[in-house]
Design a protein around this ligand. Sequence first.
Ligand code: 5GP
Length: 216
Amino acid sequence: MENRALTSLSGERGILLVISGAAGTGKGTVNASLLRRHEEYRYSVSATTRAPRPGEVDGREYHFISRQAFEEAIREGNILEYTEYCGNYYGTPRSELKKLDEGKNLILEIEVEGAMNIKRLFPESVTVFILPPDYETLKRRLIGRGTNTPEDIENRMKKALSEFTFVKDYDYAVLNRDGEADRTADVIASIVECEKHKTARAPGAVETLFFGKEHR
Ligand code: 5GP
């Protein structure tokens, strides 16, 4: 009988998808679109020591935990990767990887250092950097996100631009145009779909599927 569950040679395990992007790139909106419109995606809920922002729910955006609990989780080996960012810890709980076994693609929305650590630990992961379409758009998106003094805007511009120097270390860079988050999400979904069909992801699969039975 036809094996309808098998959609690619690489099997049913999901893809570990790392998404980064500085403030002003729109990565949050793109990820939300990916999760809402593509049911084969799950979100990796990080742990953090920063306080929840209005509207954030514990266990949904983050697991909000104390510094002491975070350090204990590191010691016990329960944190896959972590970083200190603006004075707070952020890390990926090892347990989040279980979502991959359910055949779902797992989105890790993490910063550059964490992304590079994941790529080292899991070379088969797919790293994507989301960029604004141009300098002016970035500047416009950053205005209104803080105190808005010229100095503040300049600092946030500098920070974003310094993160862009790491784009070359990612597998893919995707431009996110104004009002086109759904389209950007679809581009990322097609990248993931292509990755699933890479021959390098399925060593020995053809032998098992087509020749194994004859050789037994
Ligand atoms: P925010 O405080 O704005 O939610 O996040 C600050 C930064 O931390 C963002 O760049 C976000 O992608 C990153 N971040 C969130 N969770 C993790 C994580 O588990 N590991 C790492 N390395 N960075 C994270």
